[in-house]
Design a protein around this ligand. Structure first.
Ligand code: MLT
Length: 265
């Protein structure tokens, strides 16, 4: 693990391997450790950078909402500091919101986009109100209640039944998230802008990945992104829920590595 001081906060990150750069952006309320199997496989051919997003893992939390734009600026500045001018940027769920914001704000930074288990649209009024309830709950009671309520929605029933290691790992990441960081991310996600109309302007090669049983960002959201992003590739990972890279690691790695390899030719 390394640390960098950027934009008034400390960012924790892993940087492994050499080759064409790949940036991995985790979901809420997880941290960069969710990518450990992807880092292991990809670092044989790539320089892989996996930061903890603002308020998560070993990156500082702030009291003000951590918007997707703030997180995207953190990532762009970290890339700048590490002399990574361009990378294939892969984000899962909240990481996908950030990846798309990064591409919108700094198009030259992303040579390719991987949007995993994510969506382009904003929250509904109801979802926004629920985020505020969750933010207060995190601050008042800590992360255990949030983790217990989220787990059945995050993972496919088969993962819950047959993969206790994945369940424990996802729960553990949630419990380790700082309540202030979770609250700031929830409030930042609630302010998320609608990026749907921007999708048709994405010219970078794009891979869209989704678990067939994703209950949080269902397959229909990925189909929408696939329709709107010209030339994009859509891969549905059978048997995975919302955390497809942990639930079906081998398939996820295959899809991601193939996409990255095809970029090189
Ligand atoms: C995530 O996995 O990052 C979150 O579920 C995204 C969200 O709550 O919108």
């Amino acid at each position: 693990m390394a640390k960098a001081s950027i934009r008034g906060i400390e960012i924790g990150y892993d940087e492994v391997g050499t080759g064409t750069p790949v940036v991995l952006l985790h979901g809420y309320p997880f941290n960069r450790s969710m990518w450990s199997e992807q880092i292991e496989v990809l670092s044989a051919r790539h320089r892989v950078l996996a930061p903890d997003l603002r308020g998560h893992g070993e990156t500082s939390a702030t009291t003000q909402p951590a918007t997707m734009e703030e997180m995207a600026k953190d990532v762009a500045e970290l890339m700048e500091k590490l002399n990574i001018s361009r990378a294939a940027v892969c984000g899962l769920s909240m990481g996908g919101y950030v990846a798309l914001a990064l591409y919108r704000m700094f198009p030259l930074r992303a040579r390719a986009l991987v949007l995993a288990d994510t969506r382009p649209g904003p929250d509904t009024e109801e979802a926004r109100a629920n985020r505020e309830v969750q933010a207060k709950k995190a601050l008042e009671e800590g992360m255990a209640g949030i983790a217990d309520a989220m787990l059945p929605k995050l993972l496919a029933p088969n993962t819950v039944a047959k993969n206790p290691g994945a369940v424990a790992r996802v729960r553990d990441m949630m419990l380790k998230t700082k309540p202030e960081g979770a609250a700031a991310a929830l409030r930042g996600m609630a302010q998320r802008r609608d990026q749907t109309s921007f999708l048709s302007r994405v010219v970078a090669p794009a891979l869209i990945v989704v678990g067939s049983e994703d209950m949080i960002t269902p397959v229909s959201e990925s189909e929408l992104m696939h329709r709107e992003i010209g030339g994009s590739r859509l891969k549905v990972i059978e048997g995975a829920g919302h955390v497809s890279n942990i639930e079906q690691t081998e398939n996820f790695n295959h899809v991601l590595s193939t996409f990255l390899r095809d970029l090189e030719v």
